[in-house]
Design a protein around this ligand. Structure first.
Ligand code: GLC
Length: 762
């Protein structure tokens, strides 16, 4: 549609173009920072309208290092192209609005694809699925794609990110649809959509790396080299072509830039790093108490029990079931006395019921979505007929934020937002159901992917305002930028081996997409866990940011003591390890807030030049110094492990290994292979039953042979005081077991005692 380049205008870092045949559209390229360029075509005339990037591109969204915003820019005509240079990236804008990006040495990073798209052959998967009667499982293209971008692929390019998509770490050769979807069938690697839409991808080249953030929250499509080896395509049915090209020296740089724009996952309260026990089906006060007692009887550490929909009166949000609970406040406070906090589920669907206060308030204030006739739109969720709060309306968010007081007053400690794609049982919400997008009405098709985001934002704001602590919100659906407000879990997985395998790349890619604090239901949600699967899952799950055992009503119970003595002992071993690692996990969470780099990382994030790790799906790193290689095969009592360059120590045996090769590691049922880098220091706490348990305020520094330094962070683990300087920072040096601790910032009380433990020295 864009022909020859006719004209261009420069205003600050923004260059606006005119092309032949461009129908009055004036596409532009804007230099945002030295490494971030925005490419924009305003098809709908509404401007950027980002829901991921918020006001100020800073302060409110990010409490860490921000890239320099005032980038020096040089714009000149070279031949028929307009060349836009920042200090680090060059964009050449050619006829047809073909935009090519180069690094500072002039090497191509990402070139526009100038050819046509390949002819479609055969049936599309959607058509095939329809023929087989399974059309519901695929959210395919339904309308014309308007905003579309085609870019070249090189043979070696690997693609990461894109949120929670199923399958493998490297997304190349697959096709995805961004349309938040609750699909009850076991998630397979050919799924195109899942609960979350994060249209951000990282491309790792043979030489060089870059990111693309397609900031369009309508239904969007990514074909990442499935249609052709030579190019990838992304586009959307509605909204604008609005993407950010992020150039950088490493994958980490790109993630830092992306999270500087969309926000960084903030520090959570320390207890949220503890073990969470959950199940759909703890139907009464007695059941909840029995579970809490079971945890303590078995001497298992735990910080929180999740209350699934069972606690509500007829699944009405912000109510409690008085038949199954005598006194919910007392239950919550009794749990607290045991060191166990309560997290309650809240779904968006509000039951249609006369005199139910949430419904009545929402109706009176016009807070629910309407159909095109102007009637309140009704679908069905757990409570039967239900209506949908219009979270895109700031007033609705404010109202919902106030509703949180009900839970806060009862002593609840966090909220689990579910079903917020939004899910609906009586067919999907029609595209034209009328919601609000901040200051204008918007059809469902344009707010669907940000529905969960807005709900989480409102929940976060309520808790921030009324609870005075760092809000703990967990969500199922989200969009880019949701990490500012909420943690997440990966939804309804199953107790099947393919899903423990899937967890690793899924959480790694979520982390690289900004969503740091995430976890999969340990043991699997649907189907029935076997003792072996549960043992392997808790071993791997204990290294994930959110460590929650959760399963479905009707399935096999899944508390760690349900599988016999051996599995109980294994569970305890790894739950204890989790509690020992709390200060290490907390340090990593702090690093995420400062830099955007996630706690759980694929090996490629630390060793991007190593070709052996570009497709490594069954190992991951916790920070930069611990490598976890869980067993994810039924019956396996050994597995192949790859260690990248350097010297590594087997965490359990102390065996020293030189990296750079594969080897077979024995792994009986109680062993999850873990390796620690030479010279590492790992901070630990003594084992405890919950984070608040007093253990002499002791910090243990575990030093491994070799040399290295480590930054340790400490604060009150609860509120936002750290943002006013109430924290301590330590620089710890390890010279082959000789450990020195230097205080770098003092704003919080000291540890009672710091003890050095030398591991595996001769
Ligand atoms: C959804 C959630 C699941 C929850 C269930 C009942 O399926 O994903 O975690 O247990 O609803 O609330």
């Amino acid at each position: 549609m864009f022909g020859k380049l006719k004209n261009y205008q420069v205003s600050g870092g923004r260059v606006t173009f005119e092309f032949e045949g461009s129908d009055g559209l004036k596409p532009c390229v804007e230099v945002i920072t030295d490494t971030i360029f925005n490419v924009f075509v305003d098809y709908d005339g509404l401007g950027h309208r980002s829901r991921a990037i918020e006001e100020g591109f800073g302060e409110q969204a990010v409490f860490g290092q921000l890239p320099q915003k005032e980038a020096e820019t040089e714009v000149k005509k070279e031949g028929s192209a307009v060349v836009i240079r920042s200090k680090k990236v060059t964009a050449k804008v050619n006829d047809g609005f073909a935009v090519d990006f180069y690094d500072r040495e002039g090497n191509p990073l990402s070139l526009a694809w100038r050819g046509e798209r390949k002819e479609k052959t055969g049936l599309s998967e959607r058509e095939l699925a329809m023929l087989a009667g399974e059309g519901h499982a695929i959210s395919g293209k339904t309308k014309e794609i308007r905003a579309e971008e085609r870019r070249s692929l090189d043979r070696e390019d690997c693609i990461y990110g894109l949120g929670d998509k199923t399958g493998f770490l490297n997304k190349r050769h697959y096709e995805y649809v961004m349309w938040n979807s609750d699909i009850p069938d076991p998630h397979e690697d050919n799924f195109k959509s899942l609960y979350k839409s994060i249209p951000f991808m990282l491309v790792l080249k043979q030489k060089g790396v870059y990111g693309i953030f397609f900031d369009n929250h309508c239904k969007s499509f990514f074909d990442l080299g499935k249609e052709s080896e030579d190019y990838y395509v992304f586009g959307a049915e509605e909204g604008n072509l609005d993407y950010y090209f992020i150039g950088g020296d490493s994958l980490k740089d790109v993630i830092s830039d992306y999270t500087a724009m969309t926000g960084r996952a903030p520090m959570q309260q320390l207890w949220t790093l503890g073990y969470h026990q959950s199940r759909w089906g703890y139907e009464s006060e007695e059941k909840i108490r029995e579970v809490a007692e079971g945890l303590r009887r078995n001497n298992l550490p735990c910080d929180c029990i999740h209350f699934d929909i069972d606690y509500m009166d007829n699944y009405k949000v912000f109510t409690w079931n008085k038949e199954t609970y005598q006194d919910e406040k007392k239950v919550i406070s009794d749990l607290k006395d045991m060191g166990i906090k309560a997290v309650t589920i809240i779904d968006p669907g509000v039951k249609v019921e006369k005199d139910y206060y949430v419904y009545e308030e929402g109706v009176a204030q016009d807070f629910f979505a309407r159909d095109t006739e102007g009637d309140i739109y009704v679908n069905a969720v757990w409570p039967g007929d239900a209506v949908f709060p219009d979270f895109g309306n700031p007033k609705v968010r404010h109202w919902w934020a106030e509703k949180q007081k009900y839970l806060i007053d009862l002593g609840v400690s966090g909220v689990w937002n579910d079903m917020n794609e939004p899910a609906s049982f009586r067919g999907p919400l029609p595209d034209d159901v009328v919601f609000t997008d901040e200051d204008r009405p918007a059809p469902h098709s344009q707010i669907h992917n940000i529905y969960g985001h807005n709900m989480a934002k409102s929940t976060y704001e309520g808790w921030k305002e009324y609870a005075g602590k760092r809000p703990f919100v967990i969500t199922r659906a989200c969009y880019s930028g949701s990490q500012k407000y909420t943690t997440a879990w990966t939804g309804d997985n199953h107790s099947i081996w393919s899903h423990i395998r899937m967890m690793i790349p899924q959480i790694c890619n979520l982390g690289m997409s900004g969503m740091n604090f995430v976890g999969a239901d340990v043991g699997g949600f649907g189907s029935d866990a076997t003792p072996e699967l549960f043992a392997r899952w808790i071993q791997a799950g204990c290294f994930m940011p959110l460590f929650r055992d959760h399963c479905a009503l009707g399935g096999r119970r899944q508390e760690p003591w349900q599988f016999g003595e051996e599995v109980l002992a294994i569970s305890k071993k790894y739950m204890d390890l989790r509690y020992e690692l709390l200060p290490y996990l907390y340090d990593l969470m702090h690093e995420t807030e400062m830099t955007g780099i996630p706690m759980v990382r694929p090996l490629v994030l630390e060793y991007e030049a190593d070709e052996n790790v570009r497709n490594r799906n069954d190992e991951f790193m916790l920070g930069d110094r611990m490598l976890i290689a869980p067993v994810v095969e039924q019956g396996a009592r050994e597995r192949m492990v790859y260690l990248p360059e350097g010297i590594w120590y087997d965490y359990w045996t102390g065996e020293r290994r030189e990296g750079g090769s594969f080897f077979v590691k024995e792994a009986p049922l109680d062993v999850c292979p873990v390796y620690v880098k030479a010279g590492a220091v790992i901070p630990k706490y003594p084992v405890r039953l919950h984070v608040g348990e007093d253990k002499d305020d002791l910090l243990i520094l575990e030093a491994y042979p070799g040399e290295g330094t480590y930054g340790h962070y400490q604060d009150n683990g609860q509120d936002f005081g750290y943002r006013q300087g109430e924290f301590n920072e330590y620089k710890i040096s390890n010279r082959n077991g000789e450990v020195t601790v230097e205080k770098q910032h003092q704003g919080y009380r000291d540890y009672g005692k710091i003890e050095v433990v030398r591991r595996f020295f001769g």
